[in-house]
Design a protein. Sequence first.
Length: 369
Amino acid sequence: MKLSLPTQALQSALDQVSRAAAPKVGNNAYAGILLSAADNMLEIQATDYQVSVRVRTPATVTEPGETVVLAAYLPELIKKLPAGTVEIQSQTGASTLLIRAGRSENEMVTGVAGEFPRLDELDHPQQFTLPSDQLRDMYSLTQFAVAGDNQRPIFSGILLEAGEKAAHMVATDTHRLALREVALADALAQPVRLVIPERVLADVVRLLPMNEPVDVTISWHRDYVAFEFAGVYFMSNLIAGEFPDYERVFPTRFDATAIIDRREFTAALERAALISRNMAYKTVTLKWGDGSVEISATSAEVGSTEETLPVDYEGEALEIVFNCFYLLDILKRSTGDKITLHILQNGPMLVEQENDPDYRYVVTPMRGH
């Protein structure tokens, strides 16, 4: 194998696959990165048993071939090479890879390419396409509601649901739920519900080009999902199990409705959070009444705070306790001057956006605190 390509291009490609490489355990093939060169293209693959990534980048290939190198070292070496062109060469039957750039010459021990667990694209997949900016937006507006522990694996994932006209991304930790909806350009023949590990979507979003919108093809078959875009093919296991019927979580009746200035409400809650952040349940009390809401928090160790804000309010007077940070999570991702809160005395509160009806959030009150 013999090829050359810009050092920056190789560094970028290695960065895209290196997170999928398994932690080094002895000298097993999963701890390696597969390099395959042919037809003026370098293909790089890595896997960690659950996630597999393949990236293709143009290269000048004078001798086709393939080899495996340890994932713990190659990306770090390439980052430290001088800018310009990097040359890569291995001899048939040799157990080392020669890497040259500028005056730097390096040899790395190689593994057996034939032992590498290669990525096989999904067989007869179903698929649909989302623009990269929509996928990034859907993830960023829901991921914060994913459960932080793995006691119930289904809640460590994010539901991606697509049907005839729209796609939904939904996350919940059972205390709050965030939903983002986008329109689909093409209707699906059959609706689909995929529960994708949050860390997988995080890596996919990280790999999306920042300054160049691209289409992302999302495909699935049996227990796997794949994302393909801009020379990247990213495949992962799905989370087994049934995601809850999220539509049942959204209340259909309310005891009161409040419209409040989003920035003022956020600032007041941030002040309350200084008191509640070290409390076990991080609580803030909201007392709703005619034309105002009183926001208060008290801690025996820190002190107390109380603040009253004007609000457009319809309904009975209510006093409800929430986790302060669950409210701040949605407010910091909201837009518009106003936020609308549909309130229940003994049920979840629905948060709606002023200019974005396709983004909804529900949060349950803290009972007994």
